[in-house]
Design a binder for this molecule. Structure first.
Ligand code: AP5
Ligand code: ZN
Length: 216
């Protein structure tokens, strides 16, 4: 199954992606994770991307399109994939259609996880991420068993540079201007399903999984 997970920053895409990828046995492809890995490793790409990311700006389309094109050529995508954080602009959406066309694939469904601005700010300002395995927690909604330590791998938890209040506000603006118009793009193609993301993590998970089963 070919799934796009769509939604504003902090909607819970990364949190839900883990469950979806396990349930449907498809690789989770997060462009944010790929970029952060490059920043950590100090690659040329990472150096270029870091300044945009820390401010909450989008990294230029051409870079992202190349990343996704490469990633979708890998053999593990034969059985499908879950794209998280891509596409984010009309140009990226059109490029994705062309990439998939070339490999005789198409998107089965776009899951739009809907969450309001106040909840986004609450979630992102309380998010903590594992330095080793990138698992995410929330200081109140989803705390680790031991504060500051990842349940899954024992790694150290940190606060992302773009989870400051100023960067969060800017990310919401960028989302509204550049990314939200894609809702219409996918609605017109008949691919969009809306999910109310402002519920408990388990409730959102159950709703997404039962919805996706209809597209299998
Ligand atoms: P990216 O990493 O994609 O960031 P994002 O879209 O802003 O999404 P987040 O990772 O912040 O949030 P999420 O929806 O995954 O939420 P999470 O599950 O963690 O991109 C980062 C940057 O990279 C961009 O700003 C840009 O610079 C660049 N970039 C990436 N892709 C790009 C592209 N295609 N083009 C250009 N640039 C690109 O949850 C958030 C918090 O809430 C967590 O603490 C979690 O525990 C908690 N939570 C989750 N669900 C719930 C719930 N139901 N109730 C309560 N709390 C919850
Ligand atoms: Zn970890």
């Amino acid at each position: 199954m070919q799934i796009v997970l769509f939604g504003p920053p902090g909607a819970g895409k990364g949190t839900q992606a883990k469950y979806i990828s396990e349930e449907f046995n498809v690789p989770h492809i997060s462009t944010g994770d790929i970029l952060r890995e490059n920043v950590r490793e100090g690659t040329a790409l990472g150096k270029k991307a870091k300044a945009y990311m820390d401010k909450g700006e989008l990294v230029p389309d051409a870079i992202l399109i190349d990343i996704v094109k490469d990633r979708l050529q890998k053999p593990d995508t034969k059985k499908g994939f879950l794209l998280d954080g891509f596409p984010r602009t009309l140009r990226q959406a059109e490029a994705l259609d062309a990439i998939l066309d070339d490999i005789n694939k198409s998107i089965d469904v776009v899951v739009n996880v809907d969450v309001g601005d106040n909840e986004i700010i609450r979630r992102l300002s309380g998010r903590r991420t594992c330095r080793s395995c990138q698992a995410t927690y929330h200081v109140r909604a989803n705390p680790p068993k031991v504060p500051g330590i990842c349940d899954q791998c024992g790694g150290e938890l940190y606060q992302r540079a773009d989870d400051t209040e100023a960067a969060i506000k800017h990310r919401i603006e960028v989302y509204k201007k550049q990314t939200q118009p894609l809702i219409e793009y996918y609605k017109k193609k008949g691919l969009l399903v809306d999910i109310d993301g402002e519920r408990e993590i388990d409730e959102v998970r159950a709703d997404i999984i039962s919805t996706l089963k209809r597209f299998q």
